[in-house]
Ligand binder design. Structure first.
Ligand code: SAH
Length: 259
């Protein structure tokens, strides 16, 4: 975050938006080039430009250039696994009460979208991820947006179903196929009052997670989905958009009771 009006500089990630609203993420290098269907756009043309300014490729295509928001970035960053979408990232932060200094165990880490949102909110995140290539991708994605986060983010290559070594955690956040297999481990890893959040594409998964939470004495469990309907607003034509992302996943959250 910077002072207002700071020109775009070498090393920064920028979002280029073309006239058809197609979006591209580019990391600026002095001698870099962005190749488009309409010729070449040297990074040198972007470096020094104001945010929100327009730049033009050699073939005449125009792009408006912005610093990406976290939502812009996660939608365009390289993916290993499917990400948690921005519409769910915000609610997960609130339901999980993720804030500065909060210690979170996250599993799996996937592409790092949820890690980024939690780190951005000030949490300290330990990730358990079974796939080394995904862990590497997540670390790169996080660094690409937040720079060096140091000890705030650590990813271990391991299976969360086999156990959690950390104790006295504030939060456990699960986005993997069988979260119920991690609930008993989460019980011993969380401090009393700690929060578990699970993200599951299918309601059958949510039900199994709820059963495990009940069996392990979690309290105040709730499952919900977030519907995000955008509106078309253009003069007299004001109505919901015809298309929406109707389903991503269910969010389940609960609190660890004292023993
Ligand atoms: N929340 C992530 C996406 C996670 S995708 C994001 O926003 O980018 C689910 C991830 O869980 C995958 O990377 C998968 O490799 C990992 N995974 C599946 N089973 C696991 C297990 N038992 N332990 C740890 N990670 C696991």
């Amino acid at each position: 975050m910077g002072e207002p009006g700071r020109p775009l500089a070498e090393g920064e990630v920028v979002l280029l938006v073309d006239r058809k609203d197609r979006r591209y993420l580019v990391t600026l290098h002095g001698d870099g080039e962005f190749h488009t269907h309409a010729g070449v756009l040297p990074h040198a043309e972007i470096i020094g430009a104001p945010e929100g300014g327009t730049v033009k490729s050699s073939g005449g295509a125009r792009f408006v250039v912005w610093r990406p928001s976290l939502a812009d970035y996660v939608l365009k960053m390289k993916r290993g696994a499917q990400i948690v979408y921005p519409k769910d990232l915000g609610p997960i932060l609130v339901l999980g009460d993720i804030g500065p200094g909060v210690r979170v165990l996250e599993s799996g880490v996937g592409s790092g979208a949820l890690s980024l949102a939690m780190l951005r909110a000030g949490a300290r995140v330990i990730g358990y991820e079974v796939r080394e290539d995904f862990a590497t991708r997540a670390l790169r994605n996080v660094a690409g947006f937040l720079g060096d986060v140091g000890e705030h983010y650590r990813v271990e290559i391991r299976d969360v179903y086999q156990g959690i070594d950390e104790v006295d955690l504030d939060r456990v956040v699960l986005d993997l196929p069988e979260p119920w297999l991690a609930v008993e481990h989460a019980t011993s890893a969380l401090r009393p009052g700690g929060i578990l959040v699970g993200y599951t594409p299918s309601i059958v998964q949510a039900v199994k997670l709820r059963e495990a939470l009940a069996d392990c004495g979690f309290a105040r469990a709730e499952t919900l989905e977030v519907l995000n309907r955008t509106w078309h607003i253009d003069g007299e034509s004001v109505r919901p958009d015809h298309r929406m992302v109707a389903h991503t996943g269910f969010l389940t959250h609960a609190r660890r009771s004292p023993d």
